[in-house]
Write a protein that binds this ligand. Structure first.
Ligand code: HEC
Length: 147
């Protein structure tokens, strides 16, 4: 190896070690989360629907428009960042579904349960009019924001 090649090689090794040492997902997007935990059985339930394009697009329609009394997008925002039109000044903030470090730690069953029942004392209402399948479709859709 010539000296020049050696320098290039060493720089590449150093650069690579920085990449490998940095955490894979940003942690600083995590919100303080005091949301009650779903009952164990539901908490552990994995999404029974496959994340097919059909289910995801059905979920998107509910998120953007279909959910009554208020569409999810109004609070959670177009990109799921928790920055919808109605989110301003809301305490606690709507959940940021784009935060991978946080969303990876919230199981499907928990998302399902909160969508169905809401989180008491916060802006998050329960969506009783949605069917089981519709809720799972929305779960598949909101997972997309952090994938
Ligand atoms: C009026 C505003 C508002 C609307 C509309 C709304 N949300 Fe939320 N959402 C919130 C807030 C505020 C929180 C945070 C609650 C908390 O911290 O306990 C939240 C939290 C959540 C969570 C987090 C659950 C957890 O355990 O962390 C999920 C999932 C969720 N919302 C899904 C939805 C879906 C799906 C819809 C539409 C069907 C929706 N939300 C509509 C305000 C809203």
């Amino acid at each position: 190896m010539t000296l020049n090649n050696r320098i290039i090689f060493l720089s590449a090794v150093i650069a690579l070690s920085f990449v490998l040492a940095s955490p894979a997902v940003a942690e600083n997007c995590k919100q303080k989360r005091k949301t009650p935990k779903a009952p164990n059985k539901i908490y552990k339930q994995a999404n029974p629907l496959k994340a097919t394009p059909e289910n995801i697009s059905a979920g998107e329609k509910i998120y953007a428009k279909g959910a009554k009394p208020l569409a999810c997008v109004q609070c959670h925002g177009v990109k799921g960042k928790g920055d919808g039109k109605m989110a301003k000044g809301m305490k606690p903030n709507p959940r940021d579904f784009s935060c991978q470090a946080m969303m990876n730690k919230i199981p499907d069953g928990q998302l399902y349960w909160v969508i169905k029942n809401g989180s008491k004392g916060t802006g998050m209402m329960g969506f009783k009019a949605l069917s089981e399948d519709q809720i799972w479709q929305v779960v598949s859709y909101i997972r997309q924001f952090s994938n």
